[in-house]
Design a protein around this ligand. Structure first.
Ligand code: ZN
Length: 572
């Protein structure tokens, strides 16, 4: 790209440095070559479709191409394509293009002219002959925004375009252009501009504009804009107006990114732990509230990943942060790294939803950094040791003699059973079912705690018990004759199925109903009838779901709700 011949202070950098000829289009070599060949051979398609992401040069290229098609010196180029630059930028047509008042170049923003009437106007006007150049050229920007009716109206002229008309459709989303239109276009793909080319372009702009710069600052700009030259120049301009020199620190400040040392410092505190006052002091020092929370979030996860690689001495393809992380190698604890990433992932949904992202992240980081300080061993212990089946009740059992636990298991057990009877009055079958699955363990009178164990599947119903607590807790307190708290643990063992304990036998439906209502339910399992699928199952009869592979959902339901599955006939 190159500067206007008469540099204007009013133009921003992105407009000022818009390409004016083919030689200055950045990073679109193939498209440019195709267009230049077309000009050289003097053969044009009636409709071009330029597609590619924003800011990669579609519209600029379309303007250059339009200027070249109508350039009065095109013959010079066709005779000598290597030395003559097209458009010439000196003839009346080219100058009119640069002044944006060429009578034969019509640029339409489809985003604001989506209707069919706009297209009809174009079709009518396109029958008129060009005034200054050889062709009337229509550039339809954001073409995917045209309505379907507009596309259909447009189709008519695309089928039989007048020889003097050339259309260029530019779009970021070619899939949205209807197939019948797309198939009549000559499509050119514009790729995201490569990072090194874009850095070189920014260096060129800085030198021409006499801006002080450091290459790492420009590289950071390029990393941020994902191949868009326009975004890169706009960002460059923001930095230019806020800082004397365009270096890494200046760009980071504009983007709201912390400096690398600050980021590493933060990560180190999360790894080794910090006291709340010292950690908050650190956040103050790095001006945490001015830093982009989303950026920190992504970088912390990236750092956790790097730390994993460094910890296991595996070389990373991208060496960013690897060096600093190497210095921390001795402090990197895998347990800690997992805890950090787990916390970040667990809270991610909440983080994306909240409008107070910075505050949310600040609190989360404080919690992370200080959790290690307050409980140095707990975390390690919990993560490293294999989970115990019933940790809490076992501890209570060991100190049996000091704590006046009700020794006669029968007494507490009968209280629990009274509770199970009482709870039926709630008329809440789900709550009843959940409690019936629990195994009563013990009642600690002094601590006022009732200890029970739930099967693994209970995890799904934890919230339910929390929500319904006001209804069942008074009943429990009535039975235990004091204010009590329910202490629950989850069993890590699969519930034992009755089939595993009993010899399989075929029972009649009647027997089975009785069994499932009484002792079977106490065992928290259900009877499985050994029957083949071929045998007819009539209304009210139990249904064989013992084939777990085939009746997966049914088996899961039975684990949560002990009972049996019956066939319900359609006829009453
Ligand atoms: Zn010209």
């Amino acid at each position: 790209m190159q500067s206007n011949s008469s540099p204007s202070i009013n133009l921003n950098l992105a407009r000022k440095w818009r390409s004016k000829d083919f030689d200055h289009i950045v990073g679109q070599e193939l498209s440019v070559r195709i267009l230049k060949n077309s000009l050289y051979l003097n053969q044009f398609f009636p409709v071009y479709l330029f597609s590619g992401q924003r800011g990669c040069g579609k519209t600029s290229t379309a303007r250059v191409f339009a200027a070249a098609v109508n350039c009065m010196n095109i013959q010079n180029f066709q005779q000598n394509p290597k030395t003559f630059s097209l458009p010439c930028r000196t003839c009346a047509s080219c100058l009119a293009m640069e002044r944006n008042n060429h009578p034969d170049f019509i640029e339409i923003d489809a985003a604001s002219h989506t209707g069919v009437d706009n297209v009809r106007q174009i079709i009518e006007a396109s029958t008129l002959l060009p005034l200054l150049g050889r062709k009337k050229i229509y550039l339809i920007d954001e073409a995917h925004m045209l309505s379907k009716a507009a596309f259909n109206a447009f189709l008519k002229i695309l089928e039989e375009p007048p020889a003097s008309v050339l259309f260029i459709l530019a779009t970021t989303d070619p899939e949205k252009i209807i197939d019948t239109v797309r198939s009549r276009c000559f499509q050119l793909f514009f790729s995201a501009i490569k990072q090194d080319l874009l850095v070189q372009h920014l260096i060129n702009v800085c030198m021409q504009e006499q801006l002080a710069y450091e290459e790492n600052g420009l590289a950071l700009i390029v990393q941020e804009v994902q191949g868009s030259a326009r975004d890169a120049l706009n960002l460059l301009e923001q930095v230019r107006f806020s800082h004397a020199c365009i270096n890494q620190t200046a760009v980071q400040a504009v983007l709201g990114h912390p400096q690398e040392a600050q980021l590493i410092g933060l990560f180190e505190r999360l790894i080794v732990g910090d006291s709340p006052d010292s950690f908050l002091q650190f956040l103050q020092e790095i001006n945490f509230s001015t830093i982009s929370p989303v950026f920190i979030w992504h970088k912390l996860l990236a750092l956790v990943r790097v730390a994993f690689y460094v910890h296991y001495n595996v070389e990373l393809a991208n060496t960013e942060y690897a060096q600093q992380m190497g210095k921390m190698r001795g402090q990197l604890s895998i347990v800690r790294l997992i805890a950090i990433s787990e916390q970040l992932y667990e809270q991610e949904l909440m983080f994306t939803k909240t409008i107070h992202k910075s505050l949310f992240l600040e609190m989360l980081l404080v919690k992370l950094a200080c959790s290690l300080q307050t409980e140095p061993d707990k975390l390690t212990e919990r993560k490293q040791l294999p989970p115990r089946v019933n940790p809490e009740p076992q501890e209570v059992a060991v100190v049996h003699n000091q704590n006046p636990v009700e020794h006669k298991a029968g007494t507490s057990q009968s209280r629990w059973e009274s509770f199970l009877i009482k709870i039926q009055t709630l008329n809440d079958p789900l709550v009843l079912s959940v409690f019936k699955q629990a195994t009563f363990q013990e009642y600690n009178k002094d601590k006022a705690t009732v200890h029970v164990e739930f099967p693994k599947t209970f995890a799904f119903f934890k919230d339910l018990l929390e929500e319904t607590r006001p209804s069942w807790l008074p009943l429990m307190e009535e039975v235990f004759e004091q204010k009590v708290a329910l202490m629950s643990v989850l069993s890590t063992q699969e519930p034992i199925k009755s089939t595993e304990k009993k010899t399989p036998q075929i029972v009649s439906p009647k027997q089975e109903i009785r069994a499932s209502n009484t002792q079977q339910q106490k065992n928290y399992s259900y009877p499985v009838q050994k029957k083949t699928f071929a045998s007819p199952v009539s209304k009210g009869q139990s249904f064989d779901v013992s084939d777990k592979a085939r009746w997966k959902l049914a088996n899961e339901l039975l684990e949560a709700f002990p009972g049996k599955i019956q066939q319900i006939g359609e006829n009453k």
